[in-house]
Structures are given as C-alpha cells and as structure tokens.
Design a binder for this molecule. Structure first.
Ligand code: ARG
Length: 571
C-alpha cells in the first residue's frame, strides 16, 4: 500500500507535499529526516505539525523512537481527526536544548548528536610525507592541510586515528645529494641549522649537472647503491642530511599547528626489509623478469616494477613493506593515504598487491586524493618553500595590522599575524573541493570580508571580546524562551545544523562541507550581532542573547579546530 505523508507547518503551508510510497519503516525514517531538515531550514519559530494521512499500526510509537533524541523537539505526538499523525514541535525546548547543550559540554553535545553514525573502523592516516633531500616544499601543503583535517574529523566523530608522516628520505635523490656533497667537499655532519639552504644549492646543482653529465649520474647511482647496502660513510652523511631536514620541517609543522604520532620514512624499508615481501610474491607466482628488472604481474593485467637490475628497490616495493609494517605495529585495518591524485595508479597497485599477498585488510587501504594548487608565488618569485609562503602571509597580515587603528593593543602582533596568515592559507585550500585543482590567489586568501580564514578569526575574536565586555555573566540556564527575534531563532537553527555538516564532511572526507557551513554560520552570527545587543538589554534578555552568542562561538571554534585553525581570542 502507499502511505502519503503530509508535513504541515501552520505558517508555511505544506512543506513536503504528499508522498506516494511504500509504507515500510525505512520510508518513514527517510520522510522524518527530510521533514526535520526542512523544518530546520525553514527557520520556523512556531509549533509545526507533521501529519500522515493514514497510519500504519504502531506508527506513533515508531515515530517517537525515531526522533532525534538529543534534541527535545517534540511537544506531542497524537492522532488527528482524520486518522493522521500529528506531531507538534516545541521550538522553545529546541532552543533550550541546543544552546544549553552546547554551552555546557560542546564536544559531548555534538558527539551525542552523532548517534546514528557508525563509530567507524579505527584508522591510520598517512599525510604530508615530504621528500627531504630539500627544504619543505609547498607541493606538500595540501597533503599536510587536508591530511590534518582528515585526522581531526575522524577524531571528532569516532576513534582517533594514528597520525603518520612517511618521509621521502630514501631513493635516488639521496644518491644525488651524496655525490654532490662529495664533489663540493661539503661535510653535512658539520652543517648548522642554516645548512639546509647549502644542501639545497648542492642538490639543485647536482640535479642540473646529472642531466648532461653521465659521470654525475653514475656517481649518484653508485652512491645510493652504497647507501642501500649499508656503507657506513654514506649512512652518516644521509643521517646528517635527514636531521637538518627534520629540524626545518618541525618548525613549519609548528606554525601550521600540525602534529604527528610518528615520523616514519622510506629509509625504514631498504632492500633487506623488502626481501620477505618479494619472496612471498615470488612464491605466489606474481613476479617476472624484464631485462634484469623484477616486475609484479597484477591480477587485473598490467605490470609494476619492484626491483631494478642492480637489486635496488623502488617506491612501490617500499610501500608494500611499509603497509605490512604499519598493520603489524598499529593494528589498524583502515589505512588512509592522503596523497595527490597523480599517484592514483600507484595506490591501486599497492592495494592490488597487498590483496595478492593474502591480507584481508587490503580492502581497508584507501587513497584520499586531492588536486593541485596552481600559480603559488610570493613577492620573491615562485613560492617554492613552505616557510616563504607562511612568511609572506604573516608579512601581509602585519602590514594590514599596522594600517588599522584597532590593533595597537595586541600583545604579540607578529604571532597573531602568523596565526591569521596561516589560517588564511589553510581556508583558501580547504574551501575547494578536495579533488579540484585551484589557482592560488593572495587576494582571495587574505580578503577580510570574503569567505576566508581571516573573517573566521575576526568573528571568533569579536565574539570573545563581546563575552569579555558585555557586562553580563554567562548563564547556561538563561531563558531561551526570550529568544524570539527571527535573527535569534535563525541562529539556533543554524547551530543545530552543525551536526549535519560534520557528518557529511566526515563521510566524504570533504573539508569544504564544514567550511561552507562555517560561512553560513558566520552570516547568521553577523546578522544576530547587529540586531541583538547584549549590553544595555534588560538582564534576562541580555543573558539569553549572551548564551546564544556563546554557543555560536563554541560551535565556530569547534569547526575551526576540525579544519586545523587555532581560534584567536584577540586580534
Ligand atoms: N614522498 C612522496 C612524494 O612526495 C609521497 C609519499 C606518499 N605516500 C606513500 N606511502 N607512498 O611524492
């Protein structure tokens, strides 16, 4: 049979119209969900009625059970005169529950709202993973920023993931670096903190010469081979280069407020550590020889090189050994790789070979790809290194601060400018759909009024300042019934939608869902700030408004933190 459901809002007429569908429970659930999100979007203030024309047995009870439990939205469920189900929503209670809930326990409130989401398999997220024969390159900005978001959003909804950095600290580039140091008479072990730029010069110079001089290429190849076979001198030189690079990296991660549980590297999987994988693939008949090189024959057709003629392993072989090692050490069956979309084939091969190796967790190997950033440049030229990019963001913010009369009071103008500039760069990146490539623009990134990180930070600081100066103390029991203005009810409805944005963002690993939500929230908060003064309002109203702004700030801060920003209290 079919069950028409009519959703009626007294002031808005029929919201959902009439549906002709099967009267099974899934259908009811879907309709209820749709009706509720319409109700919230309509920002309606009065009691609303959800009605079904013909009731299946037990529908009233089922409906009651299906209603969002964290939000006491329903005043009454009853049968109407023509046998419909009437559902009366309780907007005042709704406001109380949302505001009070957020104000008392923001994290717990949002977690409580997430009951329908499966907790999710605990994951290991590999991200950033720069190549370290050179300073931290902006090419790894997206992996760093998107990967940090992925970790944060997983942790906000379910179990916290292991945050892993897999340094590109092995491979032919270290042969070039070593041969270059040798030729230049450079002792990497005695270089100080600034040594990284000296190493870079040597590296660039050697790469250039290797293009035209076969002898340089040969020397580099031999140097890497010596390193892989355990030569002590090579090993010391390599370790010195790695240490210098790590110091440089750590400084950048600190500015970006990104942390890792472990710094692994490709160097952990030299040829000797890949022997077991190679032997098992050989036994399963998956290997073949091609002109001295060893390739894996993939089940779906196609081949992938695993070892060169001289026995040196390649990127894919190391990734096979690394995946097994990760599974062994951390026991996570979901392994995420936040790496640019250009490596899609590599990760498809990795997954296929892990499953050929018989690992039942191979299905949990997931590439989280992202597009390119085009045209990133600084005043000094093409932006190459992370610190140039972040320095420029800070400089530009400092210039703006100096030009503004309101920022003279700042205790730490440089530090503030650094956080705001970094926020701008991060949001400029995360507001794009992950898989899209985009053009970098300083103008768009730093615009104070547009949809950028600067605006989010301003708004957060403005709300903090309101709380400091309004002359009213925060009272989580303030009377939400006094919030009757459309700007106030709109704000509560918007706050209640954070859950939806968080879940969508989590399920699709798409940061832009939260970014878009936060700009909607910023608009709603902006309108409320203009229309609902706290200072000077009668005490009870002032308390209710303050509670609404406080809940707004906590939600804003929560979203910002998931995106990897540090919300500022003053700026
Ligand atoms: N270091 C590599 C690069 O810059 C990225 C590493 C990606 N992760 C991996 N497990 N292969 O291209």
């Amino acid at each position: 049979g079919s069950l028409p459901i009519v959703v009626v809002a007294p002031e808005h007429g029929s919201l959902n119209g009439v549906y002709e569908e099967d009267d099974d429970e899934d259908y009811l659930d879907q309709e209820i969900d749709a009706a509720f999100s319409d109700l919230e979007q309509s920002k309606a203030d009065a009691s609303l009625t959800l009605a079904t024309a013909a009731l299946p047995a037990g529908a009233a009870q089922h409906l009651r059970a299906a209603l969002p439990s964290s939000i006491g939205l329903v005043r009454a469920v009853e049968e109407g005169r023509r046998g419909q189900l009437l559902l009366e929503l309780e907007p005042v209670q709704f406001r109380r529950d949302v505001l009070g809930g957020i104000a008392r326990q923001p994290d717990a409130f949002w977690r409580g709202a997430l009951t329908e989401v499966a907790a999710g398999e605990p994951a290991l997220v590999e991200f950033s993973s720069p190549n370290i024969a050179k300073p931290f390159h902006v090419g790894h900005l997206r992996s760093t920023v998107v990967g940090n978001f992925v970790c944060n959003v997983l942790a906000a909804v379910g179990p916290a993931p292991v945050r892993l950095n897999y340094l590109g600290d092995w491979g032919a580039q270290f042969g070039l670096l070593s041969a270059g140091c040798e030729a230049a008479g450079l002792d990497a072990e005695t270089l100080g903190v600034d040594g990284i730029s000296r190493l870079l010069e040597v590296y660039i110079d050697t790469c250039r010469r290797a293009e035209t001089e076969p002898a340089v290429r040969e020397a580099s190849r031999r140097a890497f081979h010596r390193l892989e076979t355990g030569d002590a001198t090579e090993r010391r030189r390599w370790a010195a280069c790695r240490r210098l690079s790590l110091d440089n990296l750590r400084a950048a991660y600190q500015r970006l407020a990104v942390t890792f549980d472990a710094f692994d590297g490709e160097s952990m999987y030299p040829a000797s550590k890949c022997e077991s994988v190679m032997a098992r693939l050989h036994e399963s008949g998956a290997l073949a020889q091609r002109g001295g090189a060893t390739v894996a024959v993939l089940e779906g057709g196609g081949e992938a090189t695993l070892a060169r003629a001289d026995g040196s392993t390649v990127y894919l072989t190391r990734d096979l050994a690394a995946a097994e090692d990760r599974y062994r050490r951390f026991g996570r069956r979901r392994l995420l790789y936040v790496v640019d979309a250009g490596q899609a084939v590599h990760f498809a091969n990795l997954r296929a070979l892990l499953s050929q190796l018989g690992h039942d967790w191979a299905g949990g190997v997931q590439h989280v790809p992202f597009g390119l950033i085009r045209g990133m440049s600084t005043r000094r030229g093409e932006a190459v290194f992370m610190h140039d990019l972040l320095d420029e963001a800070r400089e530009r913010m400092l210039e703006r601060q100096r030009a503004s009369p309101n920022t003279a009071h700042l205790e730490d103008p440089e530090g503030t400018a650094d956080v705001v500039g970094t926020s701008a760069v991060i949001i400029h990146d995360l507001r794009q759909r992950r898989q899209r490539s985009y053009d970098f623009s300083w103008e768009a990134a730093l615009r104070p009024s547009g949809d950028g990180g600067v605006r989010l930070q301003y708004l957060h600081a403005r709300l903090c300042s309101l709380e400091r100066r309004c002359g009213v103390a925060l009272n989580p029991e303030a009377d939400a019934a006094l919030l009757v203005e459309p700007e106030a009810t709109a704000l509560v409805a918007e706050l209640a939608r954070y859950e939806e944005a968080l879940v969508a963002s989590h399920d699709q690993l798409e940061p832009c869902k939260i970014v878009t939500y936060l700009f909607g929230l910023a608009n709603t908060l902006g309108r409320a700030l203009t229309r609902l003064p706290v200072k000077g309002a009668p005490r009870a109203e002032a308390e209710a408004r303050l509670l609404a702004f406080h809940a707004g700030r906590l939600t804003l801060a929560q979203g910002m933190k998931v995106l990897g920003l540090r919300p500022l209290e003053r700026m």
